[in-house]
Ligand binder design. Structure first.
Ligand SMILES: [Zn+2]
Length: 232
């Protein structure tokens, strides 16, 4: 087994571990992010409050109409009950009857408007309820899939740790030091495979001598451009 190959094997396991760690962090972030649910929940609460106000306004408008109808009944009783016979008083009652009827008409219009507003708020509330329920269903589905992926990744990380131990045990101490220092300075990739005469990490074309050296079992060869260890 060449020195470069043992490091390449280690690099493959470390890359897999890096990818798993990045994805696990992303999953944590998504699971912790409940903005969509908060927004839908807030909208639903606002719709609930608006419906409550519309309901109160409708009740008040209905009471106004009922009270006005009572006033009209009393007026009609006085006007036609026979207890009032004075022509002036009867005339006043008649004028009052007309005024009360005009006011009733206004109050009935207001009641119709309140009914329409109430119906509109009922529809808004129903829409907000449905939107919140949809977000909850969607999140439950997403979270279920994410929890499954998370569990799978954690198992994979467990296995990779064992693989890493096995791979690291074959690397000489000095090579390990070089490898770790390159990992730290080269965005996690210390070892690059030679692909069609080029460094797969940076894309630089290798000289024939470099490409030849990369096949050496005894020596570690570096890419002239990115300085990573080459493996062929
Ligand atoms: Zn390179």
């Amino acid at each position: 087994m060449s020195r470069a190959f043992t490091l390449y094997r280690l690099q493959q396991v470390d890359t897999k571990l890096d990818q798993a760690a990045a994805r696990l962090a992303e999953i944590e972030r998504i699971l912790g992010d409940n903005q969509a649910h908060q927004a839908a929940s807030q909208a639903q609460q606002q719709a609930q409050a608006a419906l409550h106000s519309a309901h109160t306004a409708l009740r008040a408008a209905e009471e106004d109409v009922t009270a006005q109808q009572k006033r009209i009944e009393q007026n009609q009783a006085s006007l036609y009950g026979g207890s009032v016979t004075n022509p002036k008083e009867l005339q006043d009652l008649q004028m009052e009857a007309e005024s009360l009827a005009r006011r009733l008409s206004e109050l009935e219009d207001a009641q119709l408007e309140a009914m329409a507003a109430h119906e509109q708020q009922q529809a808004s509330k129903a829409a907000a309820d449905a939107a919140l329920a949809a977000v909850e269903v969607q999140l439950a589905g997403e979270h279920k899939a994410l929890f499954a992926e998370q569990a799978e990744l954690r198992e994979q990380v467990e296995r990779s740790h064992s693989e890493r131990e096995a791979a690291a045990s074959t690397v000489p101490a000095a090579d390990m030091e070089t490898y770790l220092s390159l990992r730290a300075s080269k965005a996690g990739t210390a070892v690059a495979k030679v692909q069609a005469g080029t460094c797969s990490a940076c894309g630089a074309e290798l000289s024939a001598a470099r490409a030849q050296a990369a096949r050496s079992a005894e020596e570690l060869t570096r890419c002239d451009n990115c300085k990573r260890i080459l493996y062929d």
